[in-house]
Design a protein around this ligand. Structure first.
Ligand SMILES: [Zn+2]
Ligand SMILES: [Zn+2]
Length: 253
């Protein structure tokens, strides 16, 4: 499997899980032109996309869905019922959370995460004997999510904000409360603690995702996670900070 981020953050999200000849997209929050441009740069053929998984209906994850559907009408979208209804496309295959299903070479399981929409999910995707964990946009590092993370060889995990920068920012108080609330976004400290508690010896690559532009800095994300990995002797895990503007290096496992 190859895991690549094409965009990560509140300006748009699109992630790629690539098997040999078949590709899944997770979320479609870029215009089609931008998605195609970045996929080309990352060496991803959009013609190989066999399905698009949606995590939730916020526009930074769905903005490009209808354009994608027009260009690739044969490619099904996957979501649970609430998310499918909220996005409103006709092309959905509806799944139940926590019920694994097979699609192409992939085994896919959606699991519930806490965020301020009706039924947001993260995903475990298994293929070629490896397991990919994907979860962004969640406010509380619940044990149920940790149990999924424990299975992962590779993972994309939100590290949204530095708590101090959020506190000092000019954002209105209600927005600060929303971001740091249990249905908001994971802080750098929360993400590091989550990895410390729930990573297994199998974890080889960790992509840190959905960084806030105003309330985070890549070097703070790296330092927080690296300090924890150093203190727990897990410096074998490769870290990558995902960008809003550029495709990631990605990882082959
Ligand atoms: Zn988001
Ligand atoms: Zn969201």
């Amino acid at each position: 499997m190859r895991i690549v981020s094409l965009a990560s953050g509140s300006g748009g999200n699109a992630y790629v899980v690539d098997s040999k000849y078949e590709t899944l997209l997770i979320d479609c929050g870029l215009s089609y032109a931008e998605l195609a441009r970045r996929a080309y740069r990352a060496g991803i053929a959009l013609a190989n996309v066999i399905g698009v998984l949606f995590t939730h209906e916020h526009t930074d994850h769905t903005r490009g869905a209808s354009m994608f559907e027009k260009r690739h009408p044969e490619v099904p979208f996957f979501a649970n019922l609430s998310t499918a209804e909220a996005i409103g496309s006709k092309n959905f295959v509806v799944f139940e959370n926590d019920q694994p299903f097979e699609f192409g070479p992939f085994e896919i399981t959606a699991f519930s995460i806490p965020h301020d929409v009706s039924d947001p999910v993260g995903y475990l995707v298994k293929a070629e004997g490896k397991t990919y964990f994907h979860a962004t946009d969640f406010g509380a590092p619940l044990e149920s999510i940790g149990r999924k993370f424990f299975e992962a060889n590779v993972a994309t995990l939100e590290s949204n904000h530095d708590s101090m920068l959020l506190e000092r920012s000019n954002r209105p108080e209600y927005l600060k409360q929303r971001i740091r609330g249990d249905r908001g976004h994971l802080s750098n400290d929360d993400a590091a603690r989550f990895v410390e508690i729930y990573s297994s010896y199998k974890l080889e690559y960790l992509a840190l995702a959905h960084l806030s532009r105003e309330c985070n800095e890549p070097h703070l994300v790296l330092k927080t996670m690296r300090d924890m990995l150093y203190s727990t002797q897990r410096e074998d895990i490769t870290l990558e900070i995902l960008s809003q503007d550029e495709p990631s290096e990605g990882w082959v496992c």
